[in-house]
Design a protein around this ligand. Structure first.
Ligand SMILES: Cc1ncc(C[n+]2csc(CCOP(=O)(O)OP(=O)(O)O)c2C)c(N)n1
Ligand SMILES: [Mg+2]
Length: 577
């Protein structure tokens, strides 16, 4: 027998015990008629001294999903999002896209309308909406985005169903899974639930990489004169960061990083700042792509005809992207945290003194270059210190001056992201998070999840104004207040959708019609709402900052508030496009 029995009174209690044995810390909940059995069971457990995950009521599902995302990004452990039938499922919306594309393990559970309606069973239909909320295929709403979906049909095998959900969500490449919980199953009176030995149903060990091919890759990278590394989500494993630094230094390769995680220190002289490899790609004779979905834009990139491309990825063929289309010479399915050190070792075994010298002198040259650049960046930020409206560079320079290297930065700064990457230096693994997807509204909820995962750390969220509004600010700041999750929110407010504006200008030229009618054409969010008031409405500290001389003092005041346990929001009005 590979299970033990735990006594419970209802299906809902069984569900909670199954979360307990999976060491779930948080249930991000938005309730409805379908979840009351679970809510009652949670309260009963609490009243009787039994363990339960912490319940975080999220008054919008976007916040619930983004918080679970942030928690997983910071810990690597899937939590539970529990929402109301079809409607709550629809509201997780774009935040689910981010979890899918970001490879974020989350167990999303939703009630399912009871199928009995004449009182045949406990939990059978008791309200009119239960007819409306019964869809032909509830899981079909989200199936595109989920690694797995299933319905808990009866309690006798609940242990296997829930275990399967956690096993799949946490198997690399990780991702969200969806489990529906019918009303009658949760309400059913039962005596016990079976608890499996979770160790026997865990995620598989990740692969280290095929040794022969890794040797070939080592040969190519050792011989390359212009090697380049492009990394994405390798920093999800904090241990991969130092290993990548070692590899890059050994071959003297520049490194571009997508910014989903801190995958390579932003201060390192080999680091290409921004999010792509830019012009370095056209000069490269060998490129190593690590855990990256879109390493470059094919339509805008000319690669050398004889370039050799090596890929190390936990998800190399990207089977949930209908088209991919990047040519690769050596494709290695591997856990980069394991493969990179081995690759470095293989390179060291074969590198000649001449090649070593070449890497060394390149590194020296880039160190000097970087020193000069740092001075230029500082000078240019200081030159903007009195420019009104405030520039994103000056804002990020000030933030960079005031936060330390342990601060956890949540980035949804969009078109101000370049300033962030130059001035807000990230040197420690696990100190930077962005969504890894493209649905706006990530930053606020994610900051809550990151703070829950690391309560002793300072969390600073840079969020563009449009993204802030997508993130359901009132629910997010309410959660922050009620559950004591203080963070500093900096709204990088350029009063509109700058990313859309820039694309439109690039596509239709400077004389486009849309920019002459920016509100009509849907580019402006003017007049800007007073975002500080939203924060204050939820007991957070809030200030609008318009004077460049006030940026640093305001940041200082806001950081003090957060240190004292209260969230703070600075609505920093920056220049438009
Ligand atoms: C949920 C969602 N809706 C719409 C978009 C399309 N979109 C991409 S960028 C952008 C503008 C973002 O504005 P803001 O967050 O203020 O950042 P900015 O471009 O101004 O720096 C929009 C609307 C999206 N990515 N996600
Ligand atoms: Mg904006």
């Amino acid at each position: 027998m590979d299970y033990t029995e735990i006594s419970v009174d209802t299906g809902a209690e069984a569900f909670i015990e199954l979360l307990n044995i999976n060491k779930v810390d948080c249930i991000f909940l938005n309730p409805g008629t379908d979840t009351i059995a679970i809510q009652e069971a949670l309260a009963k457990f609490k009243a009787t001294g039994r363990r339960t995950p912490q319940v975080i009521l999220c008054p919008h599902e976007t916040v619930a999903m983004a918080a679970a995302h942030g928690y997983f990004a910071a810990t690597g452990r899937p939590q539970v999002v529990l929402v109301h039938v079809d409607v709550g499922t629809q509201n997780i919306g774009g935040a689910l896209h981010n979890a899918q594309r970001g490879r974020i393990g989350v167990v999303v559970c939703a009630g399912k309308s009871p199928s009995s309606f004449a009182g045949e069973r406990l939990g059978s239909r008791s309200g009119g909406m239960m007819w409306w909320q019964d869809q032909r295929d509830q899981a079909g709403i989200v199936r595109n985005f989920m690694k797995w979906d299933y319905e808990l049909r009866f309690n006798e095998n609940a242990h296997h169903v829930v275990q399967r959900a956690f096993q799949i969500a946490s198997a690399e490449p990780c991702g969200p899974v969806y489990l529906t919980l019918p009303g009658e199953v949760l309400a059913e009176k039962i005596k016990s639930v079976r608890a499996l030995d979770t160790a026997k149903y865990s995620a598989p060990v990740t692969p280290q990489a095929d040794l022969d091919m890794l040797n070939k890759a080592a040969g190519i990278l050792t011989a390359a004169k212009e090697p380049l590394i492009i990394t994405g989500y390798s920093g999800r494993n904090t241990g991969a960061v130092a290993a990548l630094v070692e590899l890059a230094e050994t071959i003297g390769a520049r490194v571009a990083s997508s910014g989903q995680y801190m995958s390579f220190p932003s201060t390192h002289s080999l680091r290409i700042l921004g999010f792509g490899a830019g012009e370095h790609l056209s000069r490269a004779d060998a490129v190593l792509i690590i855990d990256h979905d879109i390493p470059y834009m094919p339509a805008m990139t000319r690669l050398k005809p004889d370039i050799e491309v090596i890929q190390i990825d936990i998800d190399p063929v990207k089977e949930n992207m209908p088209m991919w289309g990047f040519p690769v010479d050596i494709m290695l399915h591997a856990d980069s945290a394991k493969a990179i050190p081995l690759l470095t070792q293989k390179i060291r075994e074969r590198i000649t003194p001449e090649q070593k010298g070449r890497s060394h002198s390149r590194l020296e040259e880039l160190r000097e270059q970087r020193k000069r650049l740092e001075i230029e960046w500082t000078d240019s930020a200081l030159a903007l210190s009195r420019r009104s409206p405030i520039s994103a560079d000056w804002l990020c320079y000030c933030i960079g001056e005031l936060i330390d290297e342990d601060t956890l930065v949540v980035d949804e700064a969009l078109t101000s992201g370049g300033s962030l990457s130059r001035y807000i230096k990230r040197t420690k693994p696990g100190t930077l998070f962005n969504s890894g997807g493209s649905s706006l509204g990530f930053g606020l909820g994610a900051s809550l999840g990151v703070k829950l995962a690391a309560p002793d750390k300072m969390v600073v969220c840079l969020v563009a104004d449009g993204s802030f509004l997508f993130g359901c600010p009132t629910p997010a700041f309410w959660v922050s207040h009620v559950y004591h999750l203080p963070f500093l929110c900096i709204v990088v407010n350029n009063q509109g959708y700058n990313a859309v504006r820039m694309l439109l200008r690039n596509t239709f030229g400077k004389d486009n019609f849309a920019e002459k009618e920016p509100l009509f054409s849907g580019l402006d969010i003017t007049p800007s709402p007073d975002y500080a008031m939203i924060a204050r409405a939820c007991q957070a500290y809030g200030e609008v900052v318009e004077d460049p001389a006030e940026v640093k003092p305001a940041l200082g005041r806001a950081l003090e508030q957060v240190k004292a346990g209260r969230s703070a929001l600075l609505d920093v009005r920056i220049s438009g496009s």
